[in-house]
Design a protein around this ligand. Structure first.
Ligand code: NAP
Length: 244
């Protein structure tokens, strides 16, 4: 048996720890998006594979028997490639995902089905907006330049080109976050509205709890649809699948 974990999430790191402790042969893969990725207790490679064909070659060369897609629920391309490459080679595939968040009493969510729809939802007078969507799609929000955007990012976006958002504040931090910390952040920056992706999980949920307590509206971006695949929500389920 040899496992490949597609990582970039807290769950992927937790699985890597468990496999290393149990001495289950495994490799870890990062996309290479952040400058200092968390070190893993497994042999680690960094960077894209080169599409479905590149991933299929890698799986064959490394004799991977079990592929665990533990990427973020919004890493759509990687997840689609994993399904296609595993199908091509007959490799076992399991997605380790977190259940999506559901609105609770007191939440003021507007659900939208993608980044473009989130941008449209921001039409209107200027507000202070916590844009908690990562770094990749920030430029799209230049279509609503009237707002002051508070951006929480893993790395400082100091590399050119500059962010095309005329008014913004960057906060460099990485999760897991706490309710107290996020309450303080929303208050300190006078945030009036949040925009986020329905990532699920505990580490990023603090901002939703804080928004609920402050009665703030949230534009919640729903997850992209993915092809059918076997899914697990816990490390134990992954271990049971590996043992099978
Ligand atoms: P994506 O759009 O689905 O992937 C774009 C390309 O990046 C893939 O086609 C693949 O390149 C490469 N890639 C992605 N994940 C990889 C991995 N674990 N190992 C090797 N190559 C990988 O992905 P994304 O949304 O940019 O996410 C990139 C990474 O950030 C992922 O590890 C994801 O878990 C993490 N992340 C994403 C988000 C988010 O909101 N999207 C949030 C937190 C963390 P090739 O086609 O060349 O193989």
């Amino acid at each position: 048996m040899k496992v490949l974990i597609l990582g970039g999430t807290t769950e992927a790191s937790a699985l890597a720890r468990t496999l290393a402790e149990r001495e289950i042969p495994a490799l870890f893969s990062y996309a290479g998006r952040v400058t200092a990725p968390k070190p893993q207790p497994l042999p680690t490679r960094v960077g894209g594979f080169g599409g479905v064909a590149g991933l299929a070659n890698f799986l064959a060369e490394e004799r991977i028997t079990h592929l665990v897609d533990a990427t973020h629920p919004f890493a759509e391309r990687m997840s689609r490639n994993a399904v296609a490459a595993a199908e091509r080679l007959g490799t076992e595939l399991l997605a380790l995902t977190r259940p999506p968040w559901a609105p609770e009493h007191g939440d003021r969510w507007q659900r939208v089905d993608g980044i473009a729809a989130a941008v449209d939802a921001l039409a209107g007078p200027p507000q202070r907006v916590l844009l908690a969507i990562g770094r990749m799609h920030l430029a799209t929000f230049s279509a609503q330049p009237q707002h002051h955007y508070v951006l929480r990012l893993v790395d400082h976006p100091d590399a050119p080109p500059p962010l095309p958002l005329p008014r913004h504040t960057v906060i460099v931090d990485r999760g897991p976050f706490t309710r107290e910390g996020d309450l303080a952040l929303l208050r300190e920056h006078g945030v009036e509205l949040l925009v986020c992706k329905n990532a699920g999980g505990a580490g990023a949920a603090a901002k939703l709890v804080a928004a609920r307590e402050l009665g703030l509206p949230v534009v919640m971006i729903d997850r992209p649809a993915l092809p059918p695949r076997r899914e697990a929500h816990s490390i134990d389920e992954v271990l049971a699948w590996l043992a099978h």
